[in-house]
Every structure is written in structure tokens, then in C-alpha cells.
Design a protein around this ligand. Sequence first.
Ligand code: AMP
Length: 208
Amino acid sequence: MKIVMMGVQGSGKGTQSKMLAEKLNLPHISTGDLFRANIREDTELGRKARQYTDSGQLVPDSVVIDMVADRIKQPDAAGGYIMDGFPRSAVQLAAMEYLSPADRVVMLDLDDDTAIKRLSGRSECVKCGILYGANRKPVKDGVCDNCGEPLKQRSDDQDAAAIKQRLDAYHSEVRTMADYYGWRGVLRQIDGSGTVEEVIEKVLAACN
Ligand code: AMP
């Protein structure tokens, strides 16, 4: 099953996508995670993406589409996947429909004030990239549970202007996609303001 997860940053989309991937035994494909891994490893793709991700802008469509097209060709994605962070523009939506149309699109709804509050409380490990936030707190403050390295705020969460720009971009782009996926009959909208456990139950039901 090919599932696209949508939701404003801070809606719990990443956490829910990971949990869903585990429960359905499908790979979790997060474009944001793929960019962050490439930036950490200082690959050519990472160097291309960094100038955009640091200022909260979208990476150009051609770069993202090539990256996703490569990823979904991997053998682990033959039975489907949980796509997180893609598509995010009309061109990406068209590419997705052409390459690998989604069977289900789950949209987590959340108001901007709650999203901003959640985002400013997020941090990530400088080494392994694990993300901490309201739903996952480190045992020791500022230290990664997994590898013991320090945590820092994600560079694109530090700047209020960058957060605002990402939320505005999300709202303007999501309308087209919600309209399109709604028309195709695959869209399921869910209230993302509950606890992780409450939301995952609704997400699972939406994927049936
Ligand atoms: P995220 O972790 O989903 O918030 O993504 C972090 C950053 O990666 C975004 O602010 C963008 O700069 C970039 N990014 C992730 N997914 C996409 C996408 N589908 N299209 C363009 N840029 C993206």
C-alpha cells in the first residue's frame, strides 16, 4: 500500500509516519530526513539542498523528484511505502501521480499556534539525527538517548521567520493537493491535536 502522509510541520506527521511504517511493515520515506542525512554526510545532494533547507525554502522540484524517484525504486519499497514530506508542490504531485500514485493520503490537521508551539520545542541529535519533541523527550536533558551526543535545535526551527514561511508555504500548497486527492477519493483528514496513541488509531483506521 502506498500511503502519503500530509500535515503541517509540528502536526506529528513524522512520528505518525514512523509508527505507521512499523505497524504496516513498510519503509518510511521522509524527504526531510533524506535531505538532513545528505547534509550531515556532506554529499553533493546535501550541498545542493542546504541553502534552501536552512532558510525554510523548498528545495527545487527537480532535485526532490529525482531523489524520491530513486528511493521508491529500491527493493524495500516494492510493496508500498509511507511517504512523508512529498509531494509538496503541484509539480511534485504530478510527478507522484505519474511515478507511483498513492492509494491513501492521510492529512493531519492542526492549527498554526499549536504547530508553532510544538516546533519551537523540537531538537535533534547532532550525530544520529534522532528527533526529540513533545512526544519524545530525552532521558537526560540535551543528550541523545541513542548515542550520547549533544542535542541541538534543528537549524530550520531556530528562526521564527523561517517557521512562519514554512507554515505559509504549507497552507498555500496543501489546498491544491487536498482538492485533487479529495476528488480522487483517497484523502482522509484527521485531527492531529490528540495524543500520539489517539492519533495513530485514527491513522490506522484511515488506511483500511
Ligand atoms: P521537513 O523535515 O519535512 O520539514 O523538511 C525539511 C526541509 O527539507 C524543508 O524545509 C525543505 O527545505 C526540504 N524539503 C523536504 N521535503 C521537500 C519537498 N518535498 N520539496 C521541497 N523541499 C523539501
